[in-house]
Design a protein. Sequence first.
Length: 131
Amino acid sequence: MADPVSWLVIEPGWRVTAADGPQLGWVDKVLGDESLDIFHGLSVAGGRLELPRYVKSEQVEGIVNGLVTLTVDARGFEHLPEYHAPEPIPIVTESILDQPASFSAAPPAPQKGRFPILERIASWFRGTGTR
């Protein structure tokens, strides 16, 4: 029997088997934060016409080179949720510390006629414009 390895070495294409033995598919994506060593789980592809399933880290029983074994059986795997990639996180280009301090309870209402077109375009690119 092979020695266990860390989740950090799992690669797409590794075989995934159920707790009761049958092969379920292969690793599609490894989900986690390597810098913090936090393993969230796996996206496991079962077949060409099937959508990948999301396997939580708690459902991983063992990891050896080239093989991941789950705690769920083949029937339980069929009931796991489909994996959906998370929405991209927008990149913040300005620091909140760079913003002027404002102590009002509500943002000031825009005043009509006092917002030249170039200022409106510039504020839109900064993400502070009105729409």
